[in-house]
Design a protein around this ligand. Structure first.
Ligand SMILES: Cc1ccc(-n2nc(C(C)(C)C)cc2NC(=O)NCCO)cc1
Length: 340
């Protein structure tokens, strides 16, 4: 062993062990594709008032690529609307890695579903009037910070927008996270669809990604924020598309998802999206949709006004339609969206 045995023993004796610091037996609250998460309280009662924590046991053992990326990324980031890594525990005996976060009671996916179901049995659990505006402002602040540091999220969706609960000093604050897919770990080779009930959704995927764009961009995150904004206003995923049973081919092209987008937005003309013909899957698009004449009468304004009574002259509609520009070059930056 390259380290002196005595010195190793000394280090090991000093190292704080996660099981000594936190009570987490039987308190699992979820599984990400990156590992499992426990809701926990510090054992030392003094800190108990400091609220709850989320302990994440990273999947696999040793310093995997993803563990390294998550730790390296999160330890550099510090913003009120981005999840903050409080502590890293390395259990040398089991080569287990534990990450400590502040516990967030809510996430937008559950809040929207709770509100939608409450509306169905028409009890008036309505989201406070400025709820959507506050959530949107906080998401844009967090994403502006990430984009300023050249961090792209790549998988923005309601489930990744956490909201601190009433017991937290940061009550109502948005924490942008990346919880990964709900996926049984230790089964890396199982196709996605066999793993978790919530299959990968393409509802928040920008059209350029569905047409084979090779690189993620900031504009792709802004499209997803537009989808989240519409869902906060209407309680329904804007580009809801039923999930195919069989696992998708690895191709990014998803005809059903594109069909849904066109039936809301209309079909992009040459004027709307100059670079469209240069996308890798443009040939598939023409083969499946031709000139898109069948979508000529559809538009976001028509959809939002007819289905949800939203005025096309309102400021929220103007922001929504800018975020959901089909041409990524026409979408606002996070800063421009914040100013709007
Ligand atoms: C492998 C890996 C997994 C998650 C992250 N990640 N990225 C972020 C952003 C919001 C800063 C982009 C946040 C996280 N990680 C988490 O949110 N972890 C909490 C429970 O999994 C990074 C890397």
């Amino acid at each position: 062993a390259w380290m002196d045995a005595d010195f190793r023993r000394q280090l090991s004796a000093q190292r704080e062990r996660v099981e000594d610091a936190f009570e987490f037996e039987g308190r699992k609250v979820g599984r990400g594709s990156y590992g499992q998460v426990f809701k926990t309280k510090p054992r030392s009662c003094a800190d108990a008032s400091a609220g709850d924590y989320a302990l994440k046991q990273i999947e696999g053992s040793g310093l995997s690529m993803s563990a390294c990326r998550e730790i390296a990324l999160l330890r550099e980031l510090k913003h009120p609307n981005v999840i903050s890594l409080k502590q890293v525990y390395l259990a040398h005996e089991t080569r287990q890695i534990w990450l400590l976060f502040d516990y967030a009671e809510h996430d937008l996916w559950r809040m929207i579903n709770f509100h939608a179901s409450a509306k169905k049995c028409n009890s008036q659990v309505s989201l406070p009037p400025n709820f959507t505006k506050s959530i949107m402002h906080q998401i844009l602040c967090g994403i502006h910070y990430l984009h300023s540091n050249w961090v792209l999220h790549r998988d923005l969706k309601p489930a990744n927008i956490l909201v601190m609960g009433a017991t937290s000093p940061e009550r109502g604050r948005v924490k942008i996270a990346d919880l990964g897919l709900a996926r049984l770990f230790h089964q890396p080779l199982t196709p996605l669809t066999e793993i978790d009930p919530v299959v990968v959704t393409f509802w928040y995927r920008a059209p350029e990604l569905l047409l084979g764009a090779r690189h993620y961009t900031k504009a792709i995150d802004l499209w997803a924020i537009g989808c989240i904004m519409a869902e906060l206003i209407t309680d329904k995923p804007l580009f809801y598309c039923k999930q195919e049973e069989d696992i998708k081919t690895s191709s990014p092209y998803n005809r059903d998802q594109l069909e849904r987008i066109f039936s809301v937005m209309g079909f992009p003309s040459q004027q709307d999206w100059r670079d469209l013909p240069h996308l890798p899957k443009y040939g598939d698009l023409v083969r499946n949709f031709g000139t898109g004449q069948q979508y000529a009468r559809f538009s976001l304004g028509r959809h939002m006004s007819r289905s949800f009574g939203m005025s096309e002259t309102s400021s929220e509609f103007r922001l929504l339609s800018r975020l959901l520009a089909m041409d990524p070059l026409r979408r606002p930056s996070a800063r421009e969206a914040l100013e709007d």
